[in-house]
Design a protein around this ligand. Sequence first.
Ligand code: MN
Length: 300
Amino acid sequence: MARRLVVIGAPSSAGSYAAGQESAPRVLRERGLIGQLAAAGRDVVDDGDGPHQVWRPDRDRPRAQHLGDVIVSVEAVTRQVGAAIDAGCDALVIGGNCTIALGALSALSARFAEPGLLYIDRHFDLNTPSTTSDGALDWMGLAHALAVPGAIPELLSALARIPLLTSERLHLLGVDPDATTEGERRARADLHLVWRTGDELAQHPVSETQRALARLAPGPIVVHLDVDVLDFTDAPLAEDTGGRNSGPSLDAVAEALETACHDPSVRVLTVGELNPTRSAGEPEVLDRFIRVLARAFAAA
Ligand SMILES: [Mn+2]
């Protein structure tokens, strides 16, 4: 029998490029997320939201904007996911930005020897304040999980271990190898990361996911989905609009998520960078996305 599923909101855009992602948990709930998960046969509990944080320019720390708020948000995710795991449940975390993956992985790392992370994202998120001038911490999450040189000590200290993750316990799907900074290309080579491109994920969503799960076995595993991996023309969900006419369709990602979430070693799915204003002209895509989540978590 499927474990109980705890839904957690992380309504923060503090680490983002602009406001918007903080409204994703509210909008998905309003469009029926909890009811559809229940209708798919899961025993669902809504654990509510962590701190509500709306991005604005951080002129005091422009290269690591809203570091303090990001840490508060990550720690809230860590607590809520930890409580769900302690209760024997699985968790679905709706962000927010991609730093939610740090919170989920930190919760598992405090409880298990070698949790793994399946990171489905168009980006490597291996930046530090010295490799990009953007100052958005959501493009720096894996750099902090892996504690690369230049990572911010305060953020590292908020995590269960330093490093939280080794290369052996990380598998990336859907990346665009060109959507990188020089610092990221250096880090991915130094760390010998295992990664597959968006084209590979689009063509073989099930087998690529199965390969990732086998590599990360026995888990437990956090699956992180940045919706920017999607072809924006097919599914305009992401803050980042750079994925027009490239990357997997929502149907392909649905197959990947279904494969992952039906594997008992997967305990947490985190969903980041969903900006509901992107789909204002075609809000039905939000309903398609909710159906994808419900299908992924459907009781077998
Ligand atoms: Mn991304």
